[in-house]
Design a protein around this ligand. Structure first.
Ligand SMILES: Cc1cc2nc3c(=O)[nH]c(=O)nc-3n(C[C@H](O)[C@H](O)[C@H](O)COP(=O)(O)O)c2cc1C
Length: 211
């Protein structure tokens, strides 16, 4: 038979590997499936939902960017859309809300905003349940979670503590440290670069899910 130099070299190399190591490699492959594709298959199979409450659109825009970063299977849904059916079989819930009155928004806070004065050209969207009541209604499950908030940079308080605790109490353990995304004024817009940061964070979360 006419072997090329590389074929001959490869055959000699394979013959030099002890039978015991070949046996172990074959056994690991049978037990775990092909090693090279397992990470990719796991990422493709992952169901990721980014849930947001957003009155003026800033948190919704961040949520959509996080979902983009998470990958093609991920969806951004409002607290009105993220019902039990939409969340069935979810592997990771990323949830975010604005900071309102130094805390995670409650229905009471939304009613106060509805009743009061708001910026004239952008009325608030108060059609979604508040993040607090969405967390209360969330059915128990099993998976991972991450929390984010949009806010002005200098404010005390925050939303992510309450969101993280709420998700964890329902069986979704934190995968990463919570993230803040900053707006320039009381109603936004987002600071330059925040959308890109959100997309990158989504990609980091997808990567962390594979480990
Ligand atoms: C009535 C009201 C109260 C707010 N309270 C806070 C606050 O306590 N801390 C903070 O950092 N930002 C506060 N903000 C700013 C919002 O968190 C910010 O605009 C947020 O991005 C709005 O998100 P949305 O556009 O998704 O609704 C407040 C804004 C409004 C209109």
């Amino acid at each position: 038979m006419n072997y090329s130099w590389t074929e001959d070299y490869a055959r000699r190399f394979l013959r030099s590997i002890p039978d015991e190591i070949i046996g172990r490699l074959l056994w690991e492959t049978v037990r775990n499936g092909p090693v090279s594709n397992s990470h990719k298959e796991k990422a493709d199979a992952m169901k990721a939902i980014v849930v947001y409450e957003s009155l003026w659109g800033n948190t919704a825009a961040v949520a959509r960017a996080i979902a983009e970063g998470l990958g093609s299977g991920a969806k951004a849904l409002s607290t009105a859309e993220a019902n039990t059916a939409a969340l069935a079989g979810v592997d990771i819930i990323v949830a975010g809300a604005p900071v309102l009155g130094f805390s995670v928004p409650s229905d009471r806070m939304i009613q106060t905003i509805e009743a009061g004065k708001v910026r004239e050209n952008v009325p608030p969207d108060t059609s979604q349940p508040s993040m607090r009541s969405w967390l209360d209604a969330l059915a128990a499950g099993r998976g991972r979670s991450a929390a984010f908030e949009t806010r002005i940079w200098w404010s005390p308080g925050g939303s992510t503590g309450g969101i993280e605790r709420g998700l964890e109490s329902k069986g979704y353990s934190p995968l990463a440290k919570p993230r803040r995304f900053i707006v320039k004024g009381k109603y936004g817009p987002l600071r330059e670069g925040e959308i890109e940061k959100a997309r990158a964070w989504g990609a980091d979360l997808a990567q962390a899910m594979k480990v």
